[in-house]
Design a protein around this ligand. Structure first.
Ligand SMILES: Cc1cc2nc3c(=O)[nH]c(=O)nc-3n(C[C@H](O)[C@H](O)[C@H](O)COP(=O)(O)OP(=O)(O)OC[C@H]3O[C@@H](n4cnc5c(N)ncnc54)[C@H](O)[C@@H]3O)c2cc1C
Length: 436
C-alpha cells in the first residue's frame, strides 16, 4: 500500500508552503543593545514583538532558522476558542470552577486573533465555520454533555451536542459515537497568517535576525547578554518563544516542555461532490481519541488536510504518511485510493500539566506550551508577554502563573514518549471496545 498512496508529484513538505514558504531573509547587522530580545520568530515571538512595538519599546527577534521554520507555518490552521484548554489526558482534570478562568482567557485568545486578522487585513482565509469534535466512545460522548455547559458559560463557544443519528449533518462519516459542535471556532491558512504577522513586523522595521541561534544567555547587572554566533546583544529583558523547538540554551524550559512530533498529509484535489461531503459545513474536525486526529478542508475546499499523532516521536513524515492514510480511510472509506500530494511534520510542545504557560522564570519571560493548540493561544500569550513587559496589563492572564511544573526525572530527554504512545493506544482500544 505505501508506495501507492503517493501522488507522482508528492512532496515531503507542508502543503501550506505552496502559498508561502519561510523565505531566505537578508542578514541584518545585529545591534549591540536592545531593550528586549525575543528568542524564536513564530507566532509567539512575532506577537510579543508587535506588543512591545505598540508600546514604543525597542526589541529584536532572533531565530535559529529562517523565520517561520517552526510550527507556525506547518500546523493544521484550526483556531479554537477554549475547547482544547486542559484536555488533561494524563494530569488530573480541572474542576469546572478551576477551568473557568482558563477558558475565559482562551476565549480572549480567539477574540485577539480574530480582531488582529480583521484589523490588519491579513489575507489568510479566515473562515469562522465552527468545529466538530467526534466522540471516540460512549463515555467520551457523555463527558461532552457536561463539558458543553462549562464551555458556554466561560468561553461563549456556542457549543452543542450532536447525537450519532445527526452526525452526518457535520461529517460525511459514521465513525464517531456522536459528538459536539463548537460554533466559535475557525480555520485559517497558517502560513499566510504567519506571513501577515511577518509583514507587519517588517513594515514597522522591527529588527529580525534570521539564522541567528541564541547559544547562551548570561545574566548581567543590567539584564542579559544574549550570545549568538554573530555577536552578543545586551538586553534588559529576554522573551523565550521557542515552544516545541526549545533547546539547551534554556535548560529550565527544556525540562518543562516535551516536544512531540505532529504529522499531516494533504490529499490530491478530490472530485467536488466527495470534497463537499466530507465536512458539509466546512467545519474543522477532531476527535477525543488519545491518539488524536484533526482535519479540515483546504481553503479552496478541494483537498482534505488530515493530521494526527501518527507516531509520538520525531520521524520522517514519509514514514508516517501511511499511518495517517489508514486513520483517514477508517473515518472516510470513500477516500480509499485517493493519492496524497504532501506529508510533513512539526513539533508541538506538551507541558506536564497539559496547559499553556506564560510568565517569568529565572528572570526570563516566556510563552510556551501549546499542547497542540497554539495558533490563537501562542499568538495571544506572546502578545500578553509583550504587554506585560511594557507594563500595559491591567489584569493577570490566567495562564500567567509561577507554577510551571516539571518532573525530577525529566531533563528534556524524551525517551518515554513512545511509551506514552503505547499507553494512549491501549487506553483508546479499551475505551472504544470495552469501556463503552
Ligand atoms: C503539525 C502541527 C499541527 C498543528 N495544528 C494546530 C492546529 O490546527 N491548531 C492550533 O491551534 N495549533 C496547532 N499546532 C500548534 C501551533 O502550530 C503552535 O502552537 C504554534 O505555531 C507555536 O508557535 P510558537 O511561536 O510558539 O513556536 P514556533 O512557531 O514553533 O517557533 C519557534 C521558533 O523558535 C526558534 N528557536 C528555537 N530555539 C532557538 C534558539 N536557541 N535561538 C533562536 N531561535 C530559536 C525555532 O527556530 C522556531 O522558528 C500544530 C503544530 C504542529 C507542529
Amino acid at each position: 500500500m505505501p508506495s501507492q498512496i503517493f501522488h507522482p508529484e508528492f512532496k515531503a513538505r507542508p502543503f501550506w508552503w505552496e502559498a508561502y514558504a519561510p523565505e531566505t531573509m537578508a542578514p541584518i547587522e545585529l545591534p549591540r543593545e536592545s531593550r528586549v530580545a525575543v528568542v524564536g520568530a513564530g507566532y509567539a515571538g512575532l506577537s510579543a514583538a508587535l506588543a512591545l512595538n505598540d508600546a514604543g519599546i525597542d526589541c529584536i527577534v532572533l531565530d535559529a532558522h529562517e523565520p517561520g521554520f517552526g510550527a507556525s507555518t506547518r500546523n493544521g490552521g484550526m483556531v479554537s476558542g477554549g475547547v482544547n484548554v486542559g484536555k488533561r489526558y494524563i494530569a488530573k482534570p480541572l474542576s469546572p470552577e478551576a477551568a473557568a478562568p482558563f477558558m475565559s482567557d482562551a476565549a480572549e485568545a480567539f477574540t485577539h486573533i480574530e480582531d488582529l486578522i480583521a484589523r490588519e487585513k491579513i489575507a489568510c482565509h479566515w473562515t469562522k465555520a465552527g468545529y466538530f469534535l467526534g466522540a471516540w466512545c460512549q463515555s467520551h460522548y457523555r463527558a461532552m454533555e457536561k463539558k458543553i455547559a462549562v464551555l458556554n458559560a466561560n468561553a461563549q463557544t456556542g457549543a452543542y451536542i450532536v447525537p450519532r443519528e445527526r452526525q452526518r449533518d457535520e461529517i460525511g462519516s459514521d465513525y464517531y459515537r456522536g459528538g459536539m459542535v463548537v460554533e466559535r471556532a475557525a480555520h485559517i491558512h497558517p502560513a499566510l497568517y504567519y506571513k501577515g504577522l511577518l509583514d507587519i513586523v517588517r513594515r514597522r522595521n522591527i529588527p529580525l535576525a534570521a539564522r541567528t541561534p541564541v547559544t547562551k544567555l548570561t545574566q548581567s547587572d543590567s539584564g542579559w547578554i544574549v550570545t549568538t554566533p554573530r555577536g552578543d546583544i545586551k538586553a534588559a529583558d529576554v522573551v523565550i518563544a521557542t515552544n516545541g523547538y526549545t533547546g539547551d540554551v534554556t535548560p529550565q524550559f527544556k525540562r518543562r516542555v516535551v516536544p512531540i512530533g505532529s504529522y499531516i498529509i494533504a490529499t490530491e484535489e478530490l472530485p467536488p461532490e466527495i470534497a463537499r461531503s466530507l465536512s458539509p459545513r466546512n467545519r474543522s474536525i477532531a476527535d477525543t481519541r488519545r491518539v488524536l486526529t484533526y482535519y479540515r478542508m483546504s481553503p479552496d475546499g478541494r483537498r482534505l488536510i488530515f493530521g494526527g499523532r501518527a507516531k509520538f516521536g520525531q520521524t520522517d513524515p514519509v514514514e508516517t504518511a501511511p499511518v495517517l492514510y489508514r486513520f483517514m480511510v477508517d473515518r472516510y472509506p470513500q477516500l480509499e485510493g485517493v493519492k496524497i500530494t504532501h506529508a510533513w511534520t512539526g513539533n508541538v510542545a506538551f507541558t506536564l500539566d497539559e496547559m499553556p504557560h506564560m510568565g517569568k522564570f529565572d528572570n526570563l519571560h516566556y510563552a510556551l506550551g501549546c499542547n497542540g493548540s497554539g495558533v490563537a493561544m501562542l499568538s495571544y500569550l506572546g502578545f500578553q508577554t509583550g504587554r506585560k513587559i511594557a507594563g500595559h496589563v491591567n489584569r493577570i492572564c490566567a495562564f500567567d502563573s509561577e507554577d510551571f511544573p516539571t518532573h525530577p526525572l525529566y531533563t528534556g530527554n524524551t525517551w518515554f514518549v513512545p511509551w506514552i504512545g503505547r499507553y494512549f493506544r491501549t487506553r483508546d482500544w479499551i475505551d472504544r471496545n470495552i469501556g463503552g
